[in-house]
Design a protein around this ligand. Sequence first.
Ligand code: GLY
Length: 406
Amino acid sequence: MKTKVLLAALGACLLAACTTPENEFRVDEALDYCNRQVGRTLDRLHGTDEGIDYTMMPRNILAGESSWNCRKATKDEWCAGFWPGILWYDYEYTGDERIKEEAEKFTASLEFLSKTPAFDHDLGFLVFCSYGNGYRLTQNPAYKQVILDTADTLATLFKPQVGTMLSWPRNVEMFGGHNTIMDNMINLEMLFWAAKNGGNPYLADIAISHADKTMKYHFRPDYTSYHVAVYDTLTGNFIKGVTHQGYTDDSMWARGQAWAIYGYTVVYRETRDCRYLDFVQKVADVYLKKLPEDYVPYWDFDDPAIPDAPRDASAACIVASALLELSTYLPGDKGGKYKEAAVNMLTSLSSDNYRCGGANPAFLLHSTGHWPAKSEIDASIIYADYYYIEALLRLKRLQEGKPVTG
Ligand code: GLY
């Protein structure tokens, strides 16, 4: 009898030793929550007097409000691909054919982008989150063509004399040169994908050129990033690093750093060049080192109003998703540390402090869109939800021993 009790105690100890934070996090509970909120949003969109308009995409729910503010899917609405992307992720989790139908209908509203001259660099956000996920899950050949055509359009923004894409053609005069913003790193994924899937191999070359030049000039010696790098349009020489959405030119804008962590993780995935793997760890480490206790950053790490400054849950979602991928490229302690940090981020984000719950039909509260413009401060914003559900699906795949990026 004594031996039996001892063996049971030993078994319990071994089980506890094997239980990692990654496995303790109840990912299905969080994904079920997302699915319920998606249902609430769809009910509201269908329930309007005018009926549903598939060209109107949920964008934000401002502090104190309880309904989505929707924006028309136009070439200058950079967030229009996130809601279709969320629907694809929710379909991936639930297998619900009704969600798939909704995903298809919202996605179709972005097809025009594959036939329209580039307005700016956001084409990757717009088309790869929507059509990219749609193609990954359905293999619909029409979707593939939209992505390939849009990648060619995005490539028209690449300026060989500089070596990067011009992110905001409309702002050349305002910044005094060719501007490249850190967010642009996310749009490289569509170029890499197109180069591997029947598009021009040159698309991967320009993605690498963009990543290299950004790595060289877009970061300070401590690996924090500028939001905008300005280059001489003719010579390509670096002129200055400035901000557009951060606190000051020299501050660490949380979402900018998040885009950098995510972007260089993708560039490493696509190239397997260790320079990027080394670099992204430095960019991630400075971010992790400065986080507050609950792993959700203030909107800018250098806002003097901290701890009374607003948070940016969207940055936490982007970084959680990126670190889950990055952890798989770093076996051993470092990978484990990144995975644990990502799970800590998801744990905080999934608590009552950040979940909308019954207050509104988004997933998360407390994101900051554009603080200097006093826009979308402490709000629910659609891209936070997109990267939250993406991170949850990545964690689920890891828990099931599957490749992290699906
Ligand atoms: N791409 C714009 C932003 O991160 O707010």
